[in-house]
Design a protein around this ligand. Structure first.
Ligand code: SF4
Length: 389
């Protein structure tokens, strides 16, 4: 079993991130924040799909107040418990202070919280570096005060593609620069005794986000205040490759015990992100939200039409909760390899299949065309059947 790196627990409304809490699933709506009704509708849809924390873009002060209206609108339909996150943009100190009244978490990007844009590669003197650091501190203290007053959490969300020019000058375009960018803001929070922090270090290239997250996890390995990490691969794109790419980044870190909340960023309807998140978590044994189907790939030994039977079994049983069901092509390897599944459907040849409960072959000689019915009957007999909703 993977050992999860223990982080602080940080409450984001009614969802707690970190510690031994379940890895939380989150996403972001795409509606214009000024369209309050549209935002509420999209938030409700995302939440119904399983999104546990919903982020909304907040590019200006007007939109900070729209977040207030969105929060009110959610309360009117009895959904005030949905945790909301305001995503803050360039020089958004004032926006962050204002919107912290209405949301459960603000997300700031240290790379965008700068005072004077500079050209890439432009040199900084030591005095200029100190001056920018002082200004950042001065403004961040105000944001932290607002977050403390309103009991709002903060994600310090660093993106590889938007490191500040100062960080690029000092550290280069590197995972180490991403880590330093986050630590600079974390230090200010800690100096102000504010610890409701979640950190993300995202990149559109998987090796970069892997390295940045491993670096910060190593920095925190021996301290008490390890903060929860929000994992994601930015701008992953769409379709199959985006899902594979996101999984490669997120699952690799989770398997190393790194990460407390995840977002799969797809260039698709955000609702499509949610099942990918839950599939990543289920495949790693971190959360179980549906039947786990184990099916062999089939080979020359396969004793029935596996590609027809797998969807049939899935269609009949996928509404059940918490079961592991195996469909294996033959008795040579099938019973051993379906391991600890709760039920098994195994080919025997000559139009016959066997139905297993755990490792026990309960029905030894079932005509293939009755296999699915007999499997369901056994699940019912065991009291583990529920009628589909
Ligand atoms: Fe082939 Fe049997 Fe293994 Fe399936 S379980 S892949 S049929 S050997």
């Amino acid at each position: 079993m993977m050992k999860r790196i223990l982080t602080r627990e940080v409450a984001v409304g009614g969802v707690t991130i970190g510690g031994n809490q379940p890895i939380a699933v989150q996403s972001m709506i795409v509606e214009d924040t000024a369209n309050v009704k549209g935002c509420i509708d999209e938030i409700l849809k995302l939440h119904d799909a399983g999104c546990e924390i919903v982020r909304v873009t907040t590019p200006n002060l007007k939109d900070a107040h729209h977040l207030g209206a969105i929060r009110e609108g959610l309360a009117k339909v009895g959904k005030s418990h949905i945790p909301l996150v305001a995503d803050i943009h360039h020089n958004g100190y004032k926006i962050a202070q204002e919107v912290s009244r209405y949301v459960d978490k603000i997300r700031i990007n240290p790379g965008l919280f700068v005072f004077k844009r500079r050209n890439p590669g432009e040199e900084y003197s030591d005095a200029e570096i100190r001056e920018e650091q002082d200004k950042i501190r001065e403004q961040m203290v105000k944001v932290i005060e607002a977050c403390k007053t309103n009991q709002t959490a903060m994600r310090i969300g660093v993106n590889h593609g938007s490191l500040s020019e100062r960080m690029l000058f000092i550290h280069g375009d590197t995972p180490a620069g991403m880590v330093e960018s986050a630590l600079e803001f974390i230090d200010i929070c800690e100096d102000e005794a504010y610890y409701d922090i979640i950190v993300s270090l995202k990149a559109s290239r998987v090796p970069v986000m892997l390295e940045a997250n491993r670096l910060i996890a190593r920095r925190w390995a021996d301290r008490l205040n390890a903060y929860p990490l929000h994992l994601g691969v930015t701008e992953a794109g769409d379709g199959q490759y985006a899902r594979v790419k996101s999984t490669a980044g997120i699952a690799t870190l989770l398997a190393e015990g790194i990460g407390d909340t995840i977002r799969v960023s797809l260039a698709e309807d955000p609702i499509e992100e949610i099942p990918v998140c839950y599939d990543i978590l289920q495949s790693l044994g971190l959360r179980k939200t549906k039947v786990e189907f184990i099916a062999c790939p089939s080979c020359g030994r396969t004793k029935f039409n596996l590609t027809e039977v797998v969807p049939k079994v899935r269609a009949a049983t996928e509404h059940l909760k918490g079961l592991d069901i195996a469909i294996m092509g033959c008795i040579v390897n099938g019973p051993g390899e379906m391991a600890d599944a709760d039920y098994g459907y195994v080919g025997k040849g000559l139009g016959r299949v066997a139905i297993y409960r755990g490792r026990e072959e309960v029905l030894k000689n079932v005509p293939e065309n009755e296999g699915v019915t007999k499997l369901i009957a056994l699940i019912k007999e065991d009291g583990r059947w529920e009628e589909p909703a």
